[in-house]
Design a protein around this ligand. Structure first.
Ligand code: PGA
Length: 247
């Protein structure tokens, strides 16, 4: 099981960041869960570069450009150079700020070129009666993976994050029956992009109001490979309970 802790901009002191890392270190020792911390960029540099534990690190986004005269940008090479192994790409909060499918495809290519594992976030704003959201998901996944080689496609992680379920409480998250359906659907899309059995090795995560109260049920009923956790990952007590509930 993989837990990706997306701190977003919710951790605004280095002291708190260090406390969350200390907790994650304890939790990876106590459980067999892989924890990927995804702090804001300045903390990522500090924490990942001095990390000697089994805690993994990722960036919240990557530049659509490579290095050079690009004020404000953080390239894939910069992220890799501090020891991070993962990068979230296409989070709905980035898409809402104008990130396009082309940007995302470009970012995926930069990430894999520097041996970073892209965590591609996909998900619908809402569910319409005609199920157009299913076509949207297919488009989001296909447009991001198609430019990659077969081998590179095998190195990605997919995070299904329905936007309607993000940032709420366990009661608003997806049901485990619906999640199971979505897992099958996403697996089908992946099997078209990576034919044969190989696509089974691409992890599919769920994100959107995963908390200690629902994570076990979601995991049990759906064959999900892990979770992308937002608000419950930046509260010491909630995060500890969530990881222990899953373990
Ligand atoms: P949430 O956020 O757990 O607070 O719903 C998930 C995400 O946006 O990645």
């Amino acid at each position: 099981m993989l837990i990706v802790a997306n701190w977003k901009a919710a951790v605004e002191s280095l002291d708190k960041a260090k406390k969350l890392l200390a907790l994650a270190k304890r939790l990876v020792k106590q459980t067999r869960i892989t924890i990927v911390l995804v702090p804001p960029a300045p903390y990522l540099g500090l924490l990942a570069s001095s990390n000697k534990s089994k805690v993994e690190f990722g960036a919240q986004d990557v530049s659509v450009t490579t290095g050079g005269a690009q004020t404000g940008e953080v390239s894939a090479q910069i992220i890799a150079s501090v020891g991070a192994r993962y990068v979230i790409i296409g989070h709905s909060e980035r898409r809402a700020r104008g990130e396009t499918l082309e940007d995302i495809a470009q970012k995926m290519q930069h990430a894999v070129a520097h041996d970073l594992i892209p965590i591609l976030c996909v998900g619908e704003q809402e569910r319409d009666e005609n199920a157009a959201y299913l076509a949207l998901l297919r488009q989001q996944i296909t447009s991001a993976l198609e430019p990659l080689t077969q081998k590179e496609r095998m190195s990605v992680v997919i995070a299904y994050e329905p936007i309607w379920a993000i940032g709420k409480t366990a009661a608003d998250a997806i049901t485990s029956a619906d999640l199971q359906e979505m897992m099958l659907y996403i697996r089908k899309i992946l099997s078209d992009l990576v034919p044969g059995r190989a696509n089974a090795r691409i992890p599919i995560l769920y994100g959107g109001s995963a908390e200690a109260g629902n994570i076990r049920e979601l995991a049990g009923g759906s064959r999900v490979d892990g979770f992308l956790v937002g608000h419950a990952s930046v509260d010491l007590k909630m995060f500890s309970e969530l990881v222990k509930a899953l373990a």
